[in-house]
Write a protein that binds this ligand. Structure first.
Ligand code: GDP
Ligand code: ZN
Length: 321
């Protein structure tokens, strides 16, 4: 889909005072498709695009729908917001109005990463999906079987090889259904390769894992939204590729942990059950019956303890300030 169609699709429900970009004080609606720090690119329903200057702290992000009047941008309400944390404990908005979060993994991806990302996506009201990359490598078959077993019942799982361009079709079909998404995953799993494979116009450098990125030394980060040839869009946010998702809360983990979703919130006696020692806990019952695998429950307890500790630290930091 070309950018004009992208803008048209997202704006079709909005009433336009004037479909053309403003030359004067006429207001019209557009979509922010790239962010360059001090200016953003807005694409209008007509297909026209222009750069509009913004303050660094304006809070506009890629995916924002805006009304433009001269040099003034007014942001329209957002459907969704996705945030990330940085190395210094700061929180940043990644993009607005996303529908899906693609969690990219390959061999040696850290344990618990997928679970945290699924929970974070669900909290942000995005649909999570898993992409198992590097399926051209023999060892990936065992990883894939394991991930299918664990997550297959909870979220879509796509197996592919971005480097050899194989297995892309099911993921393309999923995104082509008008979804707007972004990929997360640790450095080296192949996110740049995947964006290159899916968006022929994007042309990212592959294999440029640098310590500079993760320490925030790159200041001129450009975020951009790319229309896919058959429909749907992907957001590329270089800062996000190496950073983690924002920390999740204990309650969010307990109600959205993959595999527990139909039980915890619905069937436990206590609505805020942490599934540890509470009486009437549906998750512990299912564990005893063998319906929730012991290794999954163990990982849940590990993440729970980790998040409880993190929350405790954050709270005591807050008290000191
Ligand atoms: P990113 O850090 O997640 O953006 O990962 P990159 O796209 O930069 O890829 C990291 C490395 O993995 C590069 O050397 C790629 O060539 C390699 N790579 C990416 N996709 C594949 C794949 O499907 N198979 C194999 N074997 N290597 C891949
Ligand atoms: Zn419970």
């Amino acid at each position: 889909m070309n950018p004009a169609a992208v803008a048209a699709r997202h704006l079709k429900s909005r009433r336009h005072k004037n479909p053309d970009p403003p030359g004067s004080d006429q207001a019209c609606c557009g979509l922010i498709t790239s962010h360059h720090g001090v200016e953003v690119e807005v694409v209008f329903a007509t297909g026209k695009r222009r750069m509009v200057r913004v303050k660094r702290s304006s809070g506009h992000v890629v995916g924002d729908e805006v009304e433009v009047r001269g040099e003034v941008l007014r942001r329209l309400p957002r459907r969704t917001e996705l945030r990330r944390g940085d190395a210094r404990g700061g929180i940043h908005l990644v993009a607005a109005n996303l529908d899906v979060l693609g969690i990219v993994v390959a061999l040696h991806s850290p344990a618990g990463f997928i679970d945290r990302a699924i929970v974070a996506a669900r909290v942000a009201q995005l649909q999570p999906f898993v992409v198992v990359n590097k399926c051209d490598l023999d060892d990936t078959a065992a990883l894939l079987a394991n991930l299918q077993r664990i997550y297959g019942g909870s979220v879509p799982v796509f197996a592919l090889s971005a480097a050899s361009l194989t297995g892309l079709a099911p993921l393309q079909a999923f995104l082509n259904a008008g979804r707007r998404g972004v990929f997360v995953g640790s450095s080296g799993v192949g996110k740049s390769s995947l964006l290159n494979a899916l968006c022929p116009t994007i042309d990212l450098r592959v294999g440029t894992v640098s310590a500079g990125n993760s320490q925030g030394r790159h200041t001129t980060t450009v975020s951009s939204l790319h229309a896919l040839p058959g429909g749907g869009e992907l957001v590329d946010t270089p800062g996000f590729r190496d950073f983690g998702l924002v920390e999740i809360l204990v309650e969010e983990l307990a109600s959205h942990f993959p595999g527990f979703e139909d039980h915890g919130e619905v069937n436990c006696r206590f609505r805020n059950c942490r599934h540890r020692t509470e009486p009437g806990c549906a998750v512990i019952d299912l564990l005893a019956q063998g319906q929730i695998p012991a290794d999954r429950y163990t990982l849940y307890l590990e993440l729970l303890a980790e998040i409880e500790t993190g929350q405790g630290e954050a709270r005591s930091r807050g008290w000191k300030n």
